[in-house]
Design a protein around this ligand. Structure first.
Ligand SMILES: Cc1cc2nc3c(=O)[nH]c(=O)nc-3n(C[C@H](O)[C@H](O)[C@H](O)COP(=O)(O)O)c2cc1C
Length: 334
């Protein structure tokens, strides 16, 4: 009897999923078409920032490799110049613009240093000087490349005990009522901004929800937190913004970059002594629309996951969640 009921339930589940899967793909598809750059012309400030960050990073990346070919990246340079020209009169002379100009300046200086100052570089030099005019960028340090020694890089992490740090993180499902200093959460999120992202676009954001009523309604939409929702007094909602992505090839990037950022947030919280539990946002579009409305998210933002945060209680039961063996998850391809 039990087996028959289980089979029946599974079949109903399968039919339900067969119905919701195409609709959910359609939902994702239409959101991606509407809010991504799709390889076309940028339509808002975020899209300009994303493209300037991307192209600026392409250039700094090429300057950082040993096999840099002098004069390469002409296309990228012309994209950066065009975007600055279109962006600045409308949105101002902000950080991505300064980074881009600084990177172009480094590109010019690099060519000077290696004695390849030809007409093309001279031309670019003039254009960069015109952009720099009236703005003091001599102390601007981000964008471009810096050099570090092996010792500088290794000495920083030498003190870390990786096993102790990584193997001591657990999902916490019972928080103490002690108030959390919001600055600690802010610091964790700030540390997480060092997460790598595709062409340094950083299309993510963490919303720290502290309003009790709001949290209750969000957890009610989530619907899957049994037994510890009453101990959750603060949550982070991690979102990614589709505006940062371009073209069919980047259709899943918001979730990849957003997932990586989320992991950094969880490890940063761990480093700062704050407990957390990721709460999945693998939902059908109906729930997604509900949460989006509750949080008044930008239409282009996708929820990646929710992270419950809080202080550890004096004693807490934690799941000893089994891990696959290293041989199951690691293979050398010869
Ligand atoms: C994306 C994601 C979603 C998760 N969703 C939930 C959830 O909804 N409820 C929950 O109790 N735990 C959730 N977890 C926590 C996992 O159950 C947990 O990470 C896993 O069992 C390993 O245990 P550990 O984190 O204690 O090492 C989620 C974890 C991730 C990464």
């Amino acid at each position: 009897m039990n087996v028959i009921i289980i089979r029946l339930k599974r079949n109903i589940n399968k039919v339900r999923n067969l119905f919701f899967l195409p609709l959910s793909y359609l939902y994702d598809f239409s959101r991606y078409i509407k809010y991504s750059i799709m390889g076309g012309h940028p339509r808002n400030k975020t899209q300009y920032h994303a493209l300037m960050n991307r192209d600026c990073h392409k250039l700094e990346k090429s300057l950082s490799v040993d096999e840099f070919k002098p004069f390469s990246g002409k296309d990228t340079i012309s994209k950066i110049l065009t975007n600055i020209k279109l962006f600045s009169p409308r949105y101002g002379f902000d950080v991505p613009v300064k980074n881009a100009i600084h990177t172009l300046r480094e590109y010019v200086e690099f060519h000077k240093k290696i004695g390849r100052y030809n007409l093309h570089i001279e031309n670019l030099d003039k254009k960069v000087s015109a952009l720099e005019k009236g703005h003091n960028l001599s102390d601007w340090r981000t964008g471009g490349v810096i050099e570090k020694s092996k010792e500088q890089l290794a000495s920083v992490t030498r003190w870390i005990d990786p096993e102790r740090f990584f193997l001591s993180r657990y999902s916490i499902r019972n928080f103490s009522p002690e108030t959390i200093d919001p600055d600690l959460i802010k610091r964790a999120v700030w540390l997480s901004t060092k997460t790598p992202s595709v062409c340094n676009r950083q299309g993510w954001k963490a919303y720290y929800v502290i309003d009790e009523k709001l949290i209750k309604s969000i957890l009610a939409v989530h619907g899957g937190i049994r037994g510890f929702d009453h101990t959750i007094s603060k949550i982070l909602v991690i979102a990614g913004d589709i505006n940062h992505f371009s073209g069919s090839n980047e259709r899943n990037q918001v979730f990849i970059d957003g997932g990586m950022f989320s992991m950094s947030v969880v490890y940063s919280l761990h480093a700062l002594g704050i407990g957390s539990c990721c709460l999945n946002w693998s939902v059908d579009f109906t729930k997604d629309i509900k949460l989006r409305k509750i949080l008044k998210l930008n239409k282009s933002e996708s929820v990646i996951m929710i992270v419950a945060v809080g202080h550890y209680p004096d004693k807490v039961k934690i799941c000893q969640s089994h891990r696959k063996s290293i041989d199951e998850v690691f293979e050398i391809i010869k």
